[in-house]
Design a protein around this ligand. Structure first.
Ligand SMILES: CC(C)(COP(=O)(O)OP(=O)(O)OC[C@H]1O[C@@H](n2cnc3c(N)ncnc32)[C@H](O)[C@@H]1OP(=O)(O)O)[C@@H](O)C(=O)NCCC(=O)NCCS
Length: 160
């Protein structure tokens, strides 16, 4: 992560609901997470909400977040949502959030990381491919706006 002096990564809590909602609304035109769902996720033991704050003018503001979902008796970590504020893009924040997800998934014994992404989302596709994710399925009209999605997967390997 570049400029890491001004960025901090931490687990989100219910106190972060409002800035996370604002970020969600500014980053997604379709399939936005609503307040009720986001509040639920922030309190769920199987949802892992992590955020990155950036220090500007002596104040930290939320500029990126990821939500990982796990399930009992499953070795799959699902990246349910990931977004970075438009003004903070291109400085490695999403990459840092993915790295963090992969570390936490391994710590919980997950073997696979799974996600869905719009087929037209070239930035996100490039990001995921950079980490070795591969398309496994085409999800026809998966999104509320009728767009198709890809399911992508990454197999986690223990270091040698
Ligand atoms: C996709 C998104 C999360 C990327 O966030 P970011 O912080 O700008 O990404 P990073 O700076 O960490 O980039 C990491 C890598 O992703 C790829 N990437 C990111 N943005 C890209 C773009 N606009 N075009 C092409 N590749 C891009 C590159 O491989 C980049 O590596 P590089 O800098 O070495 O070239 C951000 O654009 C976003 O929030 N978009 C809206 C919400 C969204 O689409 N979320 C994903 C839903 S599946």
């Amino acid at each position: 992560m570049r400029n890491n002096m001004t960025l901090q990564l931490r687990t989100a809590s219910v106190d972060d609901l409002e800035p996370l909602l604002q970020l969600e609304q500014s980053c997604f035109d379709s399939d936005q997470l609503g307040r009720v769902n986001l509040r639920y996720l922030l309190q769920s033991p199987t949802a892992h909400v992590r955020l990155i704050e950036q220090l500007t003018h002596d104040q930290f503001s939320v500029v990126g977040y990821s939500i990982g979902l796990t399930r009992a008796n499953s070795k799959i970590w699902r990246i349910y949502s990931l977004a970075v504020a438009a003004q903070a893009r291109g400085q490695g924040i999403a990459a840092r959030l993915i790295e963090d997800s992969l570390i936490r998934a391994k710590q919980l014994g997950c073997q696979t990381v799974s996600l869905e992404v719009m087929t037209t989302n070239t930035a996100a596709l490039a990001l995921y491919r950079r980490f070795g994710f591969e398309v496994t399925d085409l999800l026809a009209q998966y999104y509320e706006n009728g767009e198709d999605g890809y399911r992508m997967r990454l197999t986690l390997r223990e270091p040698n």
